[in-house]
Write a protein that binds this ligand. Structure first.
Ligand SMILES: NC(=O)c1ccc[n+]([C@@H]2O[C@H](COP(=O)([O-])OP(=O)(O)OC[C@H]3O[C@@H](n4cnc5c(N)ncnc54)[C@H](O)[C@@H]3O)[C@@H](O)[C@H]2O)c1
Length: 325
């Protein structure tokens, strides 16, 4: 059976992905700082390396014996990146080339990189597909785009490289994030009974966390020739923020108040994910509505503690408090 290294395997997407890989019988190594806690069940096929991907010796240990790397670890949103751009660059960009080189040297044959659909920047066109130019607007997105280029330098018949550009992920994870649009609005509605929407007409592309995990699984299970050197958008519903707010509102029996505030930030993002659907027959199974319902159910089951304040749910709060160097 194959052995997969998931960097950032204790993060929001990572811990759902790792549980699924283990369920499907893979051996899994995880390298992660562990700053959000260890939200994984014990499993004899799971090996944890708690530490920094910038530590090349530790990274090398963690990748030994693995045939596949799924690279998720990074400072994963604009505000936490901007908190300390030097730190962000050291993790999101400078660590990348050594990670790829060490992986290749250790005999890894597939490398999957979690980029972001934010690499496109703002486009007027309706369906932004993988052929569009990259015009990243922030350092976080700019370094995602740079890592994509670096990875391509190492692609070969024996080293299959694949880049995924995910939309904004939504839904429940044992390491919950409440700093992503659908999750934010659901948290506010549940706990405050009211949502403020800034503008509201801006489009946001979304993807359910279980579909995101299925996309990673499908990539590692697809023959090399279909995915080697390829880049895929992974998104589903491009929705105006106000429509997301209304979906949230309609998921509650009680009244949820929506107030619309003025904003001068009317940036719209929208992507097309036809390529992964057409070329790999990837099928979306879950909706934004499912994500909202899953989060509400998790609230009902008391799975979250102090969800409006707890730093474990907000990357910026966590990065602020740990003072990582
Ligand atoms: N969540 C989204 O909406 C979304 C959208 C597009 C792309 N992505 C990308 O998908 C990936 C996963 O996102 P996520 O939402 O799970 O993020 P996350 O912040 O929940 O997880 C990132 C994980 O990486 C770890 N990490 C950070 N720096 C590290 C370091 N130096 N060494 C070791 N571990 C480190 C953190 O501890 C965390 O567990 C990221 O690369 C992100 O940029 C996410």
């Amino acid at each position: 059976m194959r052995k997969i290294l998931v960097t950032g395997g204790l993060g929001y997407v990572g811990c759902v992905l790792v549980e699924e890989l283990l369920k499907q019988g893979y051996f899994v190594n995880v390298i992660d700082l562990g700053i959000y806690g260890i939200n994984l069940n014990k499993n004899k096929n799971l090996k944890l390396f708690i530490g920094d991907i910038r530590d090349q010796k530790l990274f090398q240990e963690s990748v030994k014996g693995c045939d596949t790397v799924i690279h998720l670890a990074c400072i994963s949103n604009d505000p936490s990146f901007d908190l300390n751009p030097e730190l962000g660059k050291s993790i999101n960009l400078d660590a990348f080339r050594p990670i790829v080189e060490i992986s290749k040297k250790e005999g890894v044959s597939r490398f999957v990189y979690a980029s972001s659909s934010s690499v496109y920047g703002i486009k007027d066109e309706e369906n932004v597909d993988e052929t569009f130019s990259l015009e990243p607007l922030t350092d976080y997105s700019k370094y995602k785009a740079e890592c994509e280029k670096i990875l391509k330098e190492y692609q070969s018949p024996n080293f299959t490289t694949t880049i995924l550009r995910p939309a904004t992920v939504c839904g429940y994870s044992p390491r919950q994030r409440f700093d992503l649009v659908v999750n934010i609005l659901t948290n506010l509605a549940y706990n405050r009974g009211s949502i403020s929407v800034f503008g509201g007409t801006q489009l946001r592309p979304n993807i359910h966390i279980k579909d995101m995990v299925n996309a990673y699984l499908q990539i590692i299970q697809t023959s090399e020739h279909k995915i080697n050197g390829q880049t895929f958008n992974v998104g589903f519903q491009n929705m105006p923020v106000l429509e997301i707010a209304n979906l949230v509102k309609n998921s509650f029996k009680r009244n949820i108040n929506i107030s619309i505030e003025e904003t001068d930030d009317n940036r719209s993002y929208h992507i097309s994910s036809k390529k992964i659907e057409n070329q790999l027959n990837f099928k979306i199974k879950y909706t934004v509505d499912d994500a909202i319902k899953d989060i509400i159910e998790s609230f009902e089951k008391k799975k979250f503690k102090n969800s409006l304040e707890n730093e474990n749910y907000f990357n910026i709060k966590k990065m602020n408090s740990i003072n990582l160097k």
